[in-house]
Design a protein around this ligand. Sequence first.
Ligand code: NIG
Ligand code: FE
Length: 406
Amino acid sequence: MTLRGRAPRRGRALRDLRIIRDGALLVRGDRIAALGTRRRVESLRGARRAEKLNLGGRVVLPGFVDSHTHLVFPASRAAEYEQRIAGATYEKIARSGGGIRSTVESLRRATPRALHDRAAAHLREFAAHGTTTIEAKSGYGLDWKSELKILTIVAELHQEQPLDVTATFLGAHVLPDEFQRRPEAYVDLLTRAWIPTVATAGLAEFCDVFCDRGAFTVGQSRRILSAGRACGLVPRIHAEQLAHTGAAKLAIEMQAASADHLDKSDRDDIRALALSNVVCTMLPGCSFHLGLRRYAPARELIEAGAIVALATDFNPGTSPTVSMPMILSLACTQMRMTPAEAISAATINAAYSLRQHDRVGSIEVGKYADLAAFDVADHREIPYYFGVNLCSLTMKRGAIIHHKIP
Ligand code: NIG
Ligand code: FE
């Protein structure tokens, strides 16, 4: 499945995976040098002395692009999982001192080494499930020292590879305890000090806000994202997850790269998003893990012509999974996306939302050799089998970073 051609994809184009049967590709260095049927590629001059990797009988696709993760955190919140099963809600737990703030408390105490090693282990698991590019947000520090600790680790992980890791500054995740009664003072600190410093130091490419009930208002989010954009950080936004707030409309106003979650978006939002270039990133792992019935309106968004993407939202509170194949399964059964639509959403459209569609997200000459091979008979079987990892090989920039092939 090459997914080559126009990016991003909307509507019916999401179903066109541009499959080459009995295909092959030639990798030179970190890039794809040629692509086509096996017969054609094998007869190329440049292929004669190439080392051969036989993926016969498998399905090969571009490595997944996971455009929304909270990669760096110190520990799980399995106790809250148990509390929710017993009937407590996510928001109730957050109000009583659990939730994001409890992760903040423990992250502040954690050593950079421990955080780094844990995140690196997660990255190996991402790779083992076919992901080759991820976005990683700060937002569990919420004081300058701890936010910097997270962004430094993200930069190190990107340097070390095997995955490309793009940083997003999420200083506006929730109000830190110290500012509980002074929200505007915290927004001032973000907009006047932290955001400009993060941008100048090149510590992030994007700026995000959790704009929702119990987090930041639309007005505060507008100030924060505008400050980010003024110094070159492209806006992204957590929108319409817990309550309908108007965050999706703000995403359009701000020309955000992406509006994420959207579970509570209404018909008006859908119509407006469809007319914009804002990517609608859906995160079905959250509804699944929180045991909620409601999912983002994928069918309505696709039929209206919106650019849709899928991501894990990997985090300890609402979606502790690194598995894009599992996200595809949820997208198909719970949101009625077709397997092909889900695959487009998890590759080329997600790459567009990270502004990396010129390098990753499809298999095309000149792009990075970022690939995932699955032990399945056709693309539908990737979401069809769930709870099992059928990714047998992952390649990042021409290097094999995971394989189970004998
Ligand atoms: O995307 N919504 C805000 N942030 C995360 C949850 C983080 C947490 O609970 O630790 C999310 O779902
Ligand atoms: Fe999130």
